[in-house]
Write a protein that binds this ligand. Structure first.
Ligand code: NAD
Length: 487
């Protein structure tokens, strides 16, 4: 159980982590704490030189340490030690996370940090279990498929669950024998720098894990375009994912994994346990104040039960307790920045001025920091940004349907296909929905990830290419070589 803390007393490490050195640089982008808007640090803006230094260091470290060639179990063991250190320092990592991001301390320690350590162990165990194959060929031949690491992976992560996103990128890349250069979001670099430092303490060779700091346009763009980055792994908005595809296509062809945005539907059929559905749907939109890629932001409900359900949903959404992220009793987050809360206001205000009704919420909270009220919008116009765009705030829209086919049609989004929720006690109906919905993940009678890391995550349509987590994430960090031997 995490404790409350005073943010002023926490030392914030800031600098690029290259090899085994923190290259301190305190100039750059001024950062504000989401919980109270106070300036507390600044994030350096690494240019092409610092990116080149990190990539060259990673390349040299692969060669000198033999990280990708050593007995795989050695990688497994050292990564378990890394996970041990992350657990042991969970409170400290959680504090770094909760000052800079929107994650309340109780959740950052017991969920984000704990799950990151677990996922490192999950991928560590794959190092000596997943490999190539000997395949059937002509009897005079021996055919093999070798699985090999890429070399240096370039990764870029968003601000919404920073330590977890860093783990999703680092763990499979390292277990698979690569080195990594990761650029975290310029808003939330601290926990990533810290766990990178712990990697060395655990015994991962210096230079195998590197972190460069800066924004997307300069640092991120330099990283993905670097000629020694063999594979790119990105999590962030669909807009930035598109820019990354374009940039890579214009410089050098290389594989990429893109985990992008979503606007996920939640379909509630009349046979559903409405109390369970209300709790799950509220949880999905209230977690991190709607700032998760899989937030279930579009409620699609049978018109016969929508009246009853609205009361249950409103009660569940207003039962959370907003407070500074360093207060261990807070379970409702601020949004990340002044810019983001202004964007939510613009989208919601526009929907209301077009005739939508805010059943609850609809404005920012009257308190310090960037807190927005839990909001349910009904009667939203079909092409309104509130219904079409990823808001990344605690806002859910409501649409009603008369029959199953209408529910499925409403669930279709013109661009996104990340996740979906289906609530029904009728198994056949639930399975029809699972098969019909276009999404990379479908949850039935629940909403949100479990700790079953074997399940890959990733989007259909413009929500992404490739998968994080699961065996797929490990495999996507290896490349295949076919070998044919004449006997
Ligand atoms: P963002 O796209 O603005 O930024 C993400 C990262 O990309 C940051 O580190 C940023 O500096 C960098 N970046 C931005 N433009 C870039 C460019 N042109 N070239 C290289 N790097 C660039 O996203 P955000 O606001 O930090 O995060 C929220 C978004 O992330 C949402 O859209 C959310 O859905 C998505 N997300 C997706 C998943 C998933 O698994 N699908 C998980 C978490 C977040």
């Amino acid at each position: 159980m995490a404790s409350s803390f005073k943010p002023e007393l926490v030392e914030m490490p800031i600098g690029h982590w290259i090899g085994d050195r923190l290259i301190i640089d305190s100039s750059g982008i001024e950062l504000q704490r989401p919980s109270d808007g106070i300036n507390y640090a600044s994030c350096p803006l690494g240019g092409p030189e610092i990116v080149d230094q990190a990539v060259s260091t990673a390349k040299a470290a692969l060669k000198t340490s033999g990280w990708g060639m050593r007995r795989p179990r050695e990688r497994t063991e050292v990564m378990h030690r890394w996970a041990d250190l992350i657990v042991a320092e969970g409170e400290k990592i959680g504090q770094l996370e909760s000052i800079s991001s929107s994650r309340p301390i109780a959740q950052s320690v017991s969920i984000d940090v704990a799950v990151t350590a677990e996922q490192i162990r999950f991928f560590a165990e794959m190092a000596d279990k997943e490999g190539g194959d000997v395949v059937p060929t002509d009897g005079n031949h021996l055919g093999m498929i070798l699985s090999e690491p890429y070399g240096v992976v370039g990764a870029i992560t968003p601000w919404n669950v920073p330590v977890s996103m860093a783990g999703w990128k680092m763990a499979p890349a390292l277990a698979a024998g690569n080195a990594i250069v990761l650029k975290p979001s310029e808003l939330t670099p601290f926990s990533t720098i810290y766990i990178a430092q712990l990697a060395i303490k655990a015994g991962i060779p210096a230079g195998i894990v590197n972190v460069v700091l800066g924004d997307g346009m300069t640092t991120g763009a330099s990283l993905i375009a670097h000629s020694d980055i063999a594979k790119v792994s990105f999590t962030g908005s669909t807009l930035a994912g598109g820019a990354i595809m374009k940039k890579i296509a214009s410089t050098q062809i290389k594989p990429m994994t893109l985990e992008l945005g979503g606007k996920s539907p939640q379909i509630v059929f009349p046979s559903a346990d409405l109390k369970v559905a209300a709790r799950c749907i509220a949880g999905s939109i209230m977690l991190n104040a709607g700032q998760t890629c899989v937030a279930g932001t579009r409620l699609i409900i049978d018109q016969r039960v929508s009246g009853e359900f609205m009361g249950l949903l409103a009660a569940a959404m207003t039962s959370y307790h907003a407070g500074p992220t360093w207060d261990a009793t807070s379970n409702y987050s601020p949004v990340i920045s002044a810019h983001q809360i202004a964007r939510i206001e613009t989208i919601v205000d526009a929907a209301v001025s077009e005739g939508a009704e805010a059943i609850i919420g609809g404005k920012r909270m009257d308190r310090d920091g960037y807190f927005y009220e839990p909001t349910i919008l009904s009667g939203v116009e079909k092409d309104s940004p509130a219904l079409v765009e990823e808001i990344f705030g605690p806002v859910i829209t409501v649409q009603t349907f008369g029959d199953e086919e209408e529910a499925f049609e409403l669930s279709d989004h013109p661009t996104y296909g990340l996740a979906a929720g289906v609530f029904s006690k009728d198994l056949s109906q639930a399975m029809r929905a699972v098969k019909r919905v276009e999404a990379g993940t479908v949850w039935v009678n629940r909403y949100g990830r479990s700790r079953d890391h074997i399940l890959p995550t990733g989007g259909y349509k413009a929500s992404g290419i490739g998968k994080d987590l699961g065996k797929e994430a490990y495999k996507s960090n290896r490349r295949l070589k076919s070998v044919l031997i004449e006997i």
